[in-house]
Design a binder for this molecule. Structure first.
Ligand code: BGC
Length: 490
């Protein structure tokens, strides 16, 4: 049964409160006109982002990834993959046979906060130390392993193995890395140690890895999408449309373009739709004034957005008997997993989402595993967990808030996905998706389908869960990089 799309029924014991709550939530509703404007702005930013000498800079990076082809089923051998983007760094050893990952050994290393915001060289020394630990444990220190590095941050790529950091996002902000090549910094850290044989052959974004993994699962795949802690997408573009491509592109016809849509709106083009909650959220964030689009809905922010709306409702005397619970005043106290949980309850689905809803755990859980971890709950669980006293009307209002932020998230994503779908030169296109919010939110998948169908009538598409693109995809891309090198030198 497809989950319902409409808002849960909204009846309260105090009927006058309904209207007041609706008024507070109204700015989160995107009218048809606003949706149309966002779409136009997005199309324009995409166009400028690909132009050679645009009159102004686009907020969409539209980065050429230099990945000209997808796996073709000939990829073989042993590869190392690194995955950095969240609080857990992963090292993965992959065995490929005929383009298929036949085994993968994974090890997680927690990246403590001081490393995430401390000097860049220390972060890269830590990554190199993790590689050493991983290989030493497996007695593989003397193996010459090609390495694919998933670095899930905005990069300027000048080649498949050159990735210059444009800005940090999410929970990272290490001085000394912006403007530097992440591959060079990693290689330097490896050389400083002098005891590793690995060679970084490719650097990639997690969306690219997801697209590659998706293409392995389904040949029609031409878009890679992440809806997790952060959000972003990449797609296969015709080379002749990448006007800004420097130099010749030989007989390459298509290339993967990393949109970096998290930064959509950083130049002010989305100011017209930002609410007071979005502004507050940005003001309190680690990287103020950047990653506008991502902050509107992604996993790192959706719970926080909900918290800010709840505080506003409490301030207006519409919840919690007019008292503002102190627990709610603490930034970050309402995690995004609560939104998924409330939504699940609103839909009448029994069971819980895992308490650990981090990006990293999502990479290792399929939908069945998620259900197995389920335990009975209700929307109340989040208030209980926070120790907040509440009445039954408070729960109904909470459902409306979660519905409103979810609905806006789905519409925003659908607008950009629809526009991207229309650019992709395919009659039928599969969108490979990964990320904790997509995996755990009970309605997001269905809402996305619903709105994309509405926004792209007649276009054939499907959304495919492509798990662990940043691990398996990195291995596959390292293999493609090897193939391209051999071809160049033969
Ligand atoms: C980064 C992207 C990444 C996305 C999903 C964003 O914050 O800028 O490069 O793809 O998060 O991890």
């Amino acid at each position: 049964m497809a989950p319902r799309i409409e808002a849960p029924e909204f009846r309260l014991t105090k009927t006058d409160v309904v209207k007041k709550v609706e008024d507070i939530l109204a700015p989160l509703k995107l009218s048809e006109e606003v949706q149309k404007r966002i779409r136009e702005v997005y199309d324009e930013e995409m166009r400028i982002g690909l132009a050679r000498n645009p009159s102004r800079k686009s907020c969409l990076q539209m980065e050429n990834t230099y990945l000209p082809e997808l796996p073709n089923g000939t990829e073989e051998g042993e590869y190392l993959a690194l995955d950095l983007g969240g609080t857990n760094f992963r090292v993965i050893l992959l065995q490929l046979e005929k383009g298929r990952v036949v085994s993968d050994e994974v090890q997680h290393y927690f990246v403590p906060e001081p490393l995430r915001v401390g000097p860049g060289s220390e972060l890269f020394d830590f990554l190199a130390a993790c590689i050493y630990d991983f290989l030493e444990t497996r007695s593989k220190l003397d193996h010459k392993l090609p390495l694919g590095f998933t670095f899930s941050f905005p990069m300027t790529q000048q080649d498949l193995n050159v990735g210059i950091l444009v800005s940090w996002t999410k929970s990272f902000n290490c001085p000394g890395v912006v403007g530097e090549d992440a591959v060079k910094m990693l290689n330097e850290a490896i050389q400083r140690r002098g005891d590793l044989e690995v060679e970084v052959v490719a650097v990639l974004n997690d969306t690219t890895g997801t697209l590659v993994q998706g293409a392995f699962l389904d040949r029609k795949c031409a878009i890679g999408l992440i809806i997790g802690t952060g959000s972003n997408a990449c797609y296969i573009e015709r080379v002749d449309r990448v006007e800004k491509w420097e130099g010749t592109h030989g007989d390459i016809k298509e290339v993967v373009v990393d949109i970096e849509w998290g930064a959509f709106g950083d130049n002010g083009v989305l100011d017209f739709m930002k609410t007071e909650y979005d502004q507050m959220l940005d003001k309190n964030s680690l990287l103020v004034g950047s990653f506008t689009f991502e902050k509107l809905f992604s996993g790192k922010y959706l719970g926080e957005l909900t918290r800010l709306v709840l505080v506003k409702l409490a301030e207006e005397g519409l919840m919690f008997g007019g008292k503002i619970p102190s627990q709610l005043l603490r930034p970050g106290s309402f995690p995004t997993r609560f939104v998924s949980l409330v939504e699940q309850f609103s839909m009448g689905i029994e069971g819980d989402i895992p308490t650990d809803q981090s990006e990293e755990s999502a990479k290792h859980l399929d939908q069945d595993a998620v259900l197995k971890l389920a335990r009975p709950v209700s929307s109340e669980s989040c208030f209980h967990e926070l120790g907040i006293e509440h009445g039954s009307d408070d729960l109904k209002i909470l459902q409306q808030v979660c519905f409103a932020v979810t609905e806006r998230a789905a519409i925003l994503l659908a607008i950009c996905l629809s526009a991207t779908l229309m650019r992709v030169d395919r009659e039928e296109c599969t969108i490979a998706v990964d990320g904790s919010l997509y995996k755990y939110h009970p309605r997001l998948h269905h809402l996305l389908e619903h709105y994309i169908i509405k926004m792209t009538p007649g276009k054939k598409f499907s959304l495919l869960l492509a798990e662990d693109g940043s691990g398996k995809g990195a291995g596959l891309i390292a293999a493609i990089a090897n193939r391209l090198r051999t071809r160049k030198h033969s």
